[in-house]
Ligand binder design. Sequence first.
Ligand code: NAD
Ligand code: MG
Length: 402
Amino acid sequence: MNSDLTTGCPRRISILGSTGSIGKSTIDLIERDPDAYHVVALTANGSAEALAAQAIALKAEVAVVADPAAFVRLKEALAGSGIEAAAGPDAVREAAAREADWVMAAIVGAAGLEPTLAAVERGATVALANKECLVCAGDLFMAEVKRYGATLLPVDSEHNAIFQVFDFDRKDRIEKILLTASGGPFRDWSRDQMAVATPEQAIAHPNWSMGAKISVDSASMFNKGLEFIEAHHIFGLGADRIEILVHPQSVVHSMVAYVDGSVLAQLGSPDMRTPIAYSLAWPDRMVAPVPRLDFAALGRLDFRAPDPERFPAIRIVREALERGGGAPTAMNAANEVAVDRFLNREVGFLDIPVVVEETIEEIMSGPLGTQTVDRLDAVRAVDSEARIVAARRSARRRFAAA
Ligand code: NAD
Ligand code: MG
């Protein structure tokens, strides 16, 4: 039982992005103990039927689609169920602001920022999968967590691993953290091979099953770059104390190195239900139906430094973090646009880092380049301008290639 230990009542939970990969894994866990949870809100973008089926199965109070065009389908699918239906970004935010003890933030992209902030502003326990929130508005987001006394539990497997072995009371005794990276499906590919990579090849991740955007990010290693910034904000460490290490087996999910030479790691099968279960049961632990590690069968664990020539994303992200201001916001927005164009076969795989770098340069040398992004309107301004620039830069590369 994972119900509230003090009252015995079911815990009130909401899942933002419930139809996605993380959302479904979260539901897989709560469905195993349905009496322990009362589901308040479920949200999705446009998958109205899938969302309605989840809401009915879980007896949710409200189901919300961000895309207003999906509202009629949602309403029809929920007819007679007594479940409230709503649509539009404001409705997603309002759903996130409803009274719930635990909120899974699993919307993909910067679109997750405002709904997640709505949960933070209620002082909720927020299980954070949506790393883009921290990349596009990390200072603002962490300041709000502090201000409203919200509890932030990282779900991203690396950050969840670090969280489990990070001594927050002895932070000065921590030398650095080591973020592991699988290297993605193109880990051993040449630049020539990557130049003609298809979306299907990019989303075929060797170890993890995930949504399309994060899968492409894993292939380009922008994912590790985004996680670098995510770790910087969650653990309050400078870039010089965060190292990235390629570890093809995805068994060591990340590590913390202490001043006495000790290195603590969290290990597990590559299954997101472990970090989700950790955040759902925290500070307790719950049984999770994941494959157990068999070390004898594994035999070995490999580690190597990432290759900056084949994967320029890590350098681009580091430079954006060093540059500060709106650079990480622009970088995140440009990457979202470029990944979308790549998935639509409008640009090549290797165009992604080029579009991102060109967009950061254009934004940071323009009028928005001198702005601080510690307010939501400033974040929005940089984000939307970077999307325009990235779309134009993507179109240019497309015509150049044609
Ligand atoms: P996904 O694409 O499978 O699901 C995304 C969810 O967000 C869906 O429910 C979708 O309907 C919703 N959504 C999309 N656009 C939206 C919008 N504009 N407004 C509101 N809702 C919208 O993605 P995922 O793989 O589940 O990843 C979700 C987040 O978790 C991402 O930020 C990702 O980086 C992070 N994450 C995922 C994994 C993983 O294993 N999948 C691991 C670590 C971190
Ligand atoms: Mg990760």
